[in-house]
Design a protein around this ligand. Structure first.
Ligand code: ADP
Ligand code: MG
Length: 694
């Protein structure tokens, strides 16, 4: 049986699913992963009911419906500001489909006169006329089966529609097969869980909207995911510990030199963690350590001091960060700090020109480049390091699911330091990372003043703009954050470019802009100008969210702040208040966009400054109406598990994983095969060979 399962198309690429062409494939890969099974293990975020109405009647007003209509006529629109109406008929009853905005050409294409379509949306009535405003779906008749009943809602990405998603899921579900149970009977019974196959099937297509039952299904799948994660961790950890790495001797002189150069005293906490890291570096077993410290606690200098220990050796170090801007910043800081020491430092990001890249690859391979700073581009190609001894990963929580542990494969068993500002409670971090060692910076530098956080409705924005005069007068820096770079048709967001133009009119060349689409040289220039105060007001998208350090930045303005998550706001606010100057964070919101929930969130961020406290409050606030729970954007380690709410499940899964790991050598062959199948199913990345327990 297992033989047959292992050849099953569940493990095939999702491109084998009917209807998934090359374009859709990319979108699905981004959302779910490569394999059919990865699609099935990306579960709905919520559900809703929609009724198939054979005949329109008053009885179903205000309900979500799917109806078959024939398109009669596109009504003339005399003024483009007026709503655009399309007259349709269901049997003999007239219904108008209404759009307040939209391209006429496009609407004519999707609703051609004389044809039949299924329209989905909320049935309304104005006077004696039925209408549906901005229908959710306009689909061909044959799609009806996917358009009504109890419908699963998935997280989408631009270009992927819910109907295509559901269809693909339906198709993938046909491939689903029975598998032998891998969870211990006792655990299954105690929790009253269903079999794996049933759980997957029912979570996508529940028979009834029963919160308790759906919760149970999700719980089982979360348990599976956590258990597979732990087994993998245990295997990896064992492998790492068996390895011998480059011992890195602590170089007291260099350390002294750096400390004499920096314009501040290190905090007790910083000194303590530097010490902890150095004790590990001296060992023959590779270090695997998590360094936690709230935004602004001074993690960078800790990284650089520990990194400096290799400078007089032939050992290479890599510093990896999640964004290009942060890479540039660390690179500049590093070069500046070590400008008297002869050392080859390279900056490597994916946007660097090809021939330049080739040159850098060579330098890494022959060992001339000793310090490599960059984004995940550092580890994307099969670059062979000459003698990689130490990897530092900054702001780890921003990286994707499987990037972390693949790293160690690239060098000769390097020491690994992972730095994060995400406030994961210690016990949770322990469960998330198995028995990874943890260091913590638990104080901010003493010179800091509390950041004043204020809120202001968007119709008073001119007041804020006026107050920026002070920034210019005092020659300080201000950030202005906008949610999106280009006007999106769907979301009426203030675009950064528009804001930039407006501010420029008032403040001229004091205003600059930075966003993700700029190339690396442009970004470099802007950051340099901002730091050297050629630019004082920097309009930006959220790309500066993590890590950016401009000590004289004292004002942070966040437009449509209600669109951001709490941890995001905390990170953004952390860009100011980085010196002894008094700083301010202004949360701008659109008054009519604010519900109870948004209000509470804004209050939370206003009243709290400690990342831990904010994460806790976040947890209390979440769960509004979402059956399956929202997933904290900060934790990308899992697809199903929510580390903040699934602590119990994770603890149980860890216990079981340890038992399996311990017994793996004495296990019967059949049991072993079952566990390996399980690991293969949950190993979301098909690019690496799946891990097995032998
Ligand atoms: P994060 O922990 O968020 O990465 P950074 O390392 O970027 O924080 O440090 C924030 C700012 O604080 C930087 O400008 C840094 O130079 C400064 N800094 C770091 N340590 C200290 C200290 N002990 N005293 C004063 N300022 C410090
Ligand atoms: Mg940082």
């Amino acid at each position: 049986m297992l033989d047959k399962i292992s050849k099953n198309n569940l493990f095939n690429s999702i491109e084998n699913i009917k209807g998934i062409g090359p374009k859709t494939l990319l979108l699905f890969q981004k959302l779910c992963g490569n394999r059919v099974i990865d699609l099935l293990l990306t579960i709905p975020r919520n559900f809703k009911r929609r009724k198939h109405l054979v005949e329109i009647t008053n009885k179903h007003l205000k309900e979500e419906v799917a109806i078959e209509v024939s398109v009669e006529k596109h009504l003339p629109q005399f003024n483009p500001k007026m709503p655009y109406k399309i007259l349709c008929k269901n049997n003999d009853v007239e219904i108008e489909i209404i759009f307040f905005r939209g391209y006429v050409k496009y609407l004519k294409k999707i609703l051609p006169t004389g044809e039949k379509r299924i329209i989905c949306g909320k049935l309304e009535k104005l006077g004696n006329k039925f209408q549906i405003i901005h229908p959710e779906n306009i689909s061909p008749l044959e799609e009806l089966p996917y358009l009504h009943g109890l419908l699963s809602l998935y997280s989408l990405t631009r270009g992927l529609t819910m109907t295509v998603y559901r269809k693909s899921i339906s198709y993938a579900l046909e491939k689903l097969i029975d598998v032998p149970e891998w969870i211990n009977d006792e655990v299954i019974q105690k929790n009253n869980w269903r079999s794996w196959k049933e759980s997957v099937e029912l979570i996508h297509k529940p028979k009834e909207l029963n919160e308790e039952k759906i919760k149970k299904l999700r719980e089982r799948l979360a348990f599976d995911e956590a258990m597979s994660h732990y087994i993998k961790l245990l295997i990896t950890k064992e492998k790492i510990e068996k390895n011998i790495c480059h011992k890195i001797k602590v170089n007291k002189e260099i350390k002294k030199e750096i400390i004499s150069k920096i314009p501040f005293d290190l905090t007790e906490s910083q000194l303590k963690v530097i010490n902890e890291i150095e004790l590990d570096l001296k060992k023959e077993i590779p270090m695997l350590r998590l360094l936690q410290g709230d935004v602004g606690s001074g993690k960078t200098i800790v990284a650089l001091i520990t990194l400096a220990n290799v400078l007089k050796t032939k050992i290479q170090v890599a510093l990896m960060v999640p964004t290009e801007i942060l890479a540039i910043q660390h690179y500049n800081y590093f070069c500046d700090l070590f400008k008297d020491i002869e050392i080859k430092t390279v900056l490597l990001t994916s946007k660097i020109k090809k021939n330049e890249k080739e040159k850098i690859y060579k330098q890494i391979e022959d060992g001339t480049a000793q310090v490599i700073i960059g984004t995940h581009a550092i580890f994307q190609r099969n670059i062979l390091f000459k003698k990689l001894g130490y990897i530092i990963i900054d702001e780890q929580h921003r990286f994707g699911v499987h990037q972390k542990f693949q790293l160690s494969a690239k060098g000769s068993n390097p020491h690994i330091l992972v730095m994060t500002a995400t406030p994961i409670p210690r016990t949770l971090a322990l469960t998330m990372y198995g028995n990874m060692n943890i260091s913590k910076i638990n104080e901010l530098p003493i010179n800091r003043k509390k950041i004043e956080t204020i809120t202001i409705p968007s119709n008073k924005i001119s007041k804020i703009i006026n107050s920026l005069k002070n920034i210019i007068k005092e020659k300080l820096n201000a950030f202005w954050i906008c949610p999106l770079i280009e006007d999106s048709e769907k979301l009426d967001l203030t675009a950064a470019t528009n804001r930039y133009e407006k501010l420029k009119k008032k403040f001229g060349n004091n205003v600059g802009i930075i966003h993700g689409k700029m190339d690396i040289e442009e970004k470099k220039k802007v950051i340099k100008k901002f730091k050297s105060k050629e630019i004082l007001i920097l309009v930006s998208t959220t790309i500066i969210e993590v890590g950016i350090d401009v000590p004289d930045a004292t004002v942070m303005i966040i437009e449509e702040s209600n669109r951001f998550g709490l941890s995001q706001l905390h990170q953004l606010r952390g860009r100011v208040g980085r010196s002894d100057k008094k700083s301010k964070c202004v949360l701008v919101y659109k008054e009519n966009n604010l519900n109870e929930f948004s209000k509470k969130r804004i209050e939370t961020i206003k009243n709290n400054h400690d990342g831990f406290k904010i994460a806790e409050e976040d947890l209390k606030l979440r769960g509004f109406g979402e059956i399956l729970g929202t997933r904290q954007s900060g934790f990308q380690l899992f697809k199903i598990v929510d580390p903040l709410t699934d602590t119990k499940i994770m603890e149980d899964a860890l216990k079981e994983a340890k038992i399996i790991f311990k017994n793996r050598k004495t296990m019967k062959k059949l049991d072993k095969d079952v566990i390996n199948l399980f690991l293969r199913i949950y190993n979301q990345s098909s690019s690496t060979k799946y891990i097995s327990i032998a």
